[in-house]
Structure formats: C-alpha cells, structure tokens
Design a protein around this ligand. Structure first.
Ligand SMILES: [Fe+2]
Length: 131
C-alpha cells in the first residue's frame, strides 16, 4: 500500500499539520533508504535519529493541548511509546539485516500515523477548540 500525505489529513492547526507532514516525509525517506539494504545503513540511522527527536517534540506539543482530557492523554501516550518502540526495533533489525521485517514495521508506522491523525488528533483538535 502506498502511504502519502494529502490534504484530508490536515486538522487545521498549522503547527501540528506541519509536524505530521514532516513525520510522513521521514517515514517515506526511511522506506526509500531501507531499499538500499546495507548501503543505506548510515542514512537509515540518521533518519531514525531525526524521526525519534521529531516525534518526541510533536508528542510534547500535543500533550500541552490535551491537559483537560485524561483518557485521550493516556491513549496518545501509549500510542507514541509504541511508535518509538517501532523506530527502535527497525534500528536493531536493520543492523542485523532483517530488511523485510523492517519494511513491514515501516508500513505499520505509516498506518499508525493515519489512525493517530484521524482518531486521536481529530478528538484532540475538537478538545482544543472547546478549551
Ligand atoms: Fe499527532
């Protein structure tokens, strides 16, 4: 399945939309570099570094918005922990040469982004507007 950023994923909050788009771009770059297998290793590690730092910043920004909804806050926290675990898993498996598994995890991360934006973040935005 092809995962691409499109306007239906925009939530109307420019800072959060820009971060989501950048996370999609990083996942796409990761997918391209992983196809190079061992030759892509340095670049794959750099992209994972950036993705981890960037998604932590994004998560913190969202946490600031979700102060009033504990349930949503908890669900977002669990989701991000899983997302970061997947990034770490790719790093380990790529090092060991398990390229097919890395590709599958990369696809799971794209799928997670869709679910995160369409379900968690849309509720988040509804909440922000109520505050
Ligand atoms: Fe988000």
């Amino acid at each position: 399945m092809e995962y691409t950023w499109n306007d239906t994923l925009k939530l109307g909050q420019p800072d959060i939309d820009a971060q989501h788009q950048e996370m999609f771009n990083l996942l796409m770059e990761l997918s391209v570099e992983m196809k190079k297998r061992a030759r892509g290793k340095n670049k794959v590690n750099k992209i994972l570094d950036t993705l981890e730092t960037y998604s932590r910043q994004h998560f913190e920004l969202e946490e600031e918005h979700i102060v009033k909804n504990q349930q949503l806050r908890k669900s977002n926290r669990v989701g991000y922990a899983e997302f970061l675990r997947k990034a770490s898993r790719i790093r380990d498996l790529f090092e060991q040469g398990y390229y097919t598994q890395c590709r599958l995890i990369n696809e799971e991360m794209f799928a997670w982004m869709y679910i995160h934006i369409r379900h968690v973040d849309q509720q988040l935005m509804a909440n922000v507007l109520k505050v």
